[in-house]
Write a protein that binds this ligand. Structure first.
Ligand code: NAD
Length: 329
């Protein structure tokens, strides 16, 4: 362990010098240094576009190349694999669905670590198991690259608007190098501690989000059954102590708010399957740390059940629709 820490400290020093050199040289160049972006889905697509808006040329890859079409039209260079992206740039951001995808993209036969350049900064913004982030950081270090976890909160709307919150884990001395890029996509970039702590913060946030979304959906449904107009009920909740993000920013009841998935048949946004995945991560960490998480467990079961009943690809706020259907069974 001491050896790993010593190696990390040495690496950190060398890497700081490298970053300082690179920042100085990039400032003196007419255009910005290209950045790699892997995973151009619901979140990655608008995030990559914000990097382009801030003047970064980007080099991208996705296992579904058609996902890259929109950024290609904006000038992005498309590569066949994650390894090919890593070969061409010295900073890579990944935004992938879940733990196995991240393992594949970093350590698979065509993964980033196969061709990564020494001194590269690798930032994973996917939500995954914190223990896997730590393992990938160790593997990256063996190649002379630095890995940080930087999962996000805020959803697709915030990704488009460039006001995501990033929770960053990794070497503190390198936080500013990561922040330079993450600030192009988010307004809050928060250092959490050693690698994996960004994921820890994200998992805690999403457990609370799931619980509050189910609570909001149940409450709204009860109010509607009691004869209240849903818009009026939402207005009252949002000026009272029941207010939360699920009630005032992402209300799950169709017709209450515009521009949210509930206004669009629960399309787009944060899928139920991804929420079930995050709650699974929360369950694992709660089990490993012997932490009671009763409502977290119940929320996990509800979202898993929704996946089994055909809601997997709908936004997680569709729990409102699920409850309405359940009462008719
Ligand atoms: P998504 O499924 O829409 O996009 C993921 C993209 O990664 C897809 O285009 C997919 O083809 C690509 N991909 C998968 N495996 C790959 C691989 N090995 N190599 C290259 N590309 C690969 O997912 P999303 O909604 O953009 O979410 C991404 C991450 O962000 C997830 O971990 C999710 O939990 C987290 N997140 C999502 C939201 C949201 O509102 N959607 C909000 C916060 C955090």
């Amino acid at each position: 362990m001491a050896a790993i820490i010593r190696r990390s400290a040495n690496f950190s020093l060398k890497y700081s010098n490298y970053v300082r050199h690179r920042v100085v040289s990039s400032r003196s160049m007419a255009s910005k240094v290209p950045v790699g972006f892997i995973g151009l889905g619901n979140m990655g697509n608008p995030m990559a576009k914000n990097l382009i808006k801030h003047g970064y040329p980007i080099v991208v890859a996705d296992i579904f190349p058609e996902s890259c079409k929109e950024v290609q039209d904006l000038g992005a260079q498309i590569m066949d694999s994650s390894a090919d992206v890593a070969e061409r740039v010295d900073r890579v951001i990944t935004m992938l669905p879940s733990t196995p995808n991240v393992i594949e993209a970093y350590t698979g036969p065509n993964g980033i670590l196969k061709k990564v350049k020494k001194g590269s900064l690798l930032i994973d913004s996917s939500t995954i198991d914190p223990l896997v982030s730590k393992e990938i950081a160790k593997e990256a270090e063996k190649t002379g690259a630095l890995f940080m976890d930087a999962p996000v909160s805020g959803g697709v709307g915030a990704a488009r608007a460039g006001n995501l919150t990033f929770m960053v884990g990794g070497l503190e001395g390198e936080f500013n190098a990561a922040k330079e890029l993450l600030s192009c996509m988010g307004t809050n970039v928060v250092y959490c501690g050693e690698v994996g702590t960004g994921q820890a913060a994200k998992i805690c946030n999403n457990m609370l989000l799931a619980i509050s979304m189910i609570g909001t959906a149940e409450t709204m449904n009860l109010g509607i059954r009691l004869g209240l107009d849903p818009k009026l009920l939402a207005k009252i909740l949002n000026m009272s102590s029941g207010r939360c993000w699920s009630s005032d920013t992402y209300n799950p009841v169709p017709g209450v708010m515009d521009g949210v998935p509930s206004a669009n048949d629960y399309q787009g946004g944060f899928t139920t399957t991804l929420m079930a995945k995050d709650l699974g991560l929360a369950q694992n960490t709660a089990t490993n740390t012997k932490t009671p998480a009763l409502l977290g467990t119940l929320s996990h079961q509800i979202y898993r059940m929704m996946c089994a009943r055909g809601y997997a690809q709908k936004d997680f706020s569709a729990v409102f629709q699920f409850l309405r259907e359940e009462e008719n069974i």
